[in-house]
Design a protein around this ligand. Sequence first.
Ligand SMILES: *Cc1c(COP(=O)(O)O)cnc(C)c1O
Length: 391
Amino acid sequence: MIYFDNAATTCVSKTALDAMMPALTENYGNPSSLHLLGQTSNQALDEARQTVAKCLGAQPNEIYFTSGGSEADNWAITQMALQGQKKGKNHLITTTFEHHAVLHTMKRLEKNGFEVTYLDVHEDGVVRPEDLEAAIRPETALVTIMYANNEIGTIQPVEELAKVCHDHKVLFHTDAVQAVGHLPIDVKAQGIDMLSLSGHKFHGPKGVGALYCRRGVRLTNFIEGGAQERNRRAGTENLPGICGMAAALQEACDNMEENNARVSAMRDKLIAGITPIPCTRINGSLEHRLPGNVNASFEGIEGESLLLRLDLAGICASSGSACTSGSLDPSHVLLAIGTPVEVAHGSLRLSLDEVNTMEEVDYCLEQLPKIVELLRSMSPVWEQMQKEGRC
Ligand SMILES: *Cc1c(COP(=O)(O)O)cnc(C)c1O
């Protein structure tokens, strides 16, 4: 089996698993307990926090562990919105192609009296700082723009976007779930006030993530109860998850350059092999792109049938984001970059990382054009397109 769905989730690395085992076995103490076993756990927790902080260029007391990327997004956005509301600021800015953890949080806030501006991401899937500048108002409480898109892999000019925010004294949050462990990040140098990350997107376990919140930004409590996470998020810590995530992040950051060179070579070979298929387009900027992301639309066919055929050929891929698969609505991300609905329906995401090989890429390039041709030969839409000379 070939796994080209690393943007949905990744396998747990040996390093992460080894780091989790002590917390799953002999080190079962509660980090809040004062006895030896508790303190052993507390020390492991401290070390994990230091590791995560160091990988982001942050301080340990700026890292709050969460249950994943979705929670970190919900926390950052709702708390900053509510704080803004107290000061009469009821305007928020985001983009049209965020993850649903951000978009659905915004929808809920809109129902509660907030006004949200959704910035256009243009045809290349990149937000323009001047568009952000034009959207900021005196009553803007928060700007949240993702670091890299999970479907089309486009990377945003985060540093410039953060600068625009700071020029207007507005807080800047970024959903960096697709970027952390894959792109070099330095929250201080880049001026990021808040950042969300998730362990299972870089070979850590599922169900654990973190929110970075710069010192000086007031973060209100998300879960009430015990004093965990500096009183902000109660509940006994997911120590195995946290230790696994920290070890995975350390490993990803240590090997980033080498990994990215290999992964982007595989990506580029896939793109070069897919582009010659007739009536096919690669979605999103080729230049500002995650090393492992390929997103293509094949006119005249359905992405779901393509996925099923690839699956039969032993290739795991995605038609967009895992969260929308199963629904027949075209991807909101592809629509956001202006892809026509009928073209968006025939889309495929292949997301690679360092566990993949060139042999897998070659095999995929052997299968994919054949499958596309087969599906088109059975497609009335394709037949019509041919008749009309549209392809
Ligand atoms: C996966 C993902 C999330 C959600 O993270 P979970 O840990 O699964 O909750 C949020 N944003 C982006 C961009 C993602 O890719």
